[in-house]
Design a protein around this ligand. Sequence first.
Ligand code: LLP
Length: 417
Amino acid sequence: MNFKGFNYKNNNLFCEHVSLEDISFEFGTPIYVYSGASIEDAYSQLSSSIADTNTEINFALKANSTLGILSLLSKLGAGADIVSGGELVKALHAKINPQKIVFSGVGKTTEEIKLAIKNGIKQINAESYSEIENIISIANELNTKVPVAIRVNPNISVKTHEKIATGSNDTKFGMPIEETANIYKRLSSEKNIKTMGLAIHIGSQIFDMNEFKLAYLNILSVADSLRQEGFKVPNLDLGGGLGVDYKIAKINFFDYGKTISDVFKGYDYSLSIEPGRSLVANSGILLTKVIYLKKTKSKNFIVVDGAMNDFIRPTLYNAHHNVEPVNLSKGGLEKFDIVGPICETGDYFAKDALLSNTTEGQLLAIFSTGAYGSVMSSMYNSRVPANEILVYNGKVHKLKEQERIEDQISKEILPKF
Ligand code: LLP
């Protein structure tokens, strides 16, 4: 295991210089703990891998939209890939330059499109005829030039979980590639539209560089033929998707960057990418405490105080995340299912995990939960989502006030019967 930012010292797990045990005393559990050094490291590895290309990094907020994390990424120079008005507001709040914000997504509402235009974002990636007509009529109504790119669906199937593959024609994403050129030409003739280029995103948790390459070659060929016909195609947005090997914390930034530079060397397109997972997954752990050990004839369970409402990836995608004790001790290994208190069999973090000397009250760290962790949390079972803190530059930064059940109750309305 090699997680930058998380290390054992004298058998106790630390996030940078801070002991996770101390964090649990001060802030309670369950809690997300992020390492700023880990985010910096991922950002710098990704930047170096594409250094010989003209590529902007637009962090996909959907992976983690906690303001403290966004403002760190903004400080590092990242732009943003957003998919809702809410994400736009958060990106702006974290001082991300609007000229580095790209708006993706199949269902942008008129209000969201107007908000994006008003804030002068870099481009809107349009995904359907109806959306394009809507953007044109908004642009005319506001009499403003609106920057638009077309998201292309290249009809490529990728080897990933079916729920996060987005590049084939039977998914809701993008415009069929054979129709892209015509729609681009139509957009180019609109006086209030500035055509920005093409975009693509074939899915998430992708490891096979040939899948990226194929997608890139696909938009390159549409872009080239549009240019040959005299249309302006300044930017190609290559989407996100780089996979994280959750068992060994490995991310192949090098080959990813090389794939981009191999495909685009010699071309003068300006490029952008939309990484989410690869920048933040390994930067976070979910710290949780063992409430009960429950041993039955058929299974051993560790019941912890975190649950699927805090972190749903194992439940939703059968995802593997390493779970390790915060305090290491020697002893025979035993197999456990690590489960939360929620009343569903699917509420688990690990199955058949091997742990030694597990005791009630002990702390466990669920690794690589920095991406698609807190953003996907809920109040299910009327539980309040885990709090979040960031260790950065020698300091512990509390990122949120702990939500309380009273906060939820105060927003609900008791009808008078
Ligand atoms: N750009 C677009 C248009 C996207 O839809 C996505 C992710 C990204 C960029 C970022 O992809 P990444 O670099 O993170 O792979 N909740 C799922 C992942 C959903 C990804 C959705 N789209 C999970 O926990 O695995």
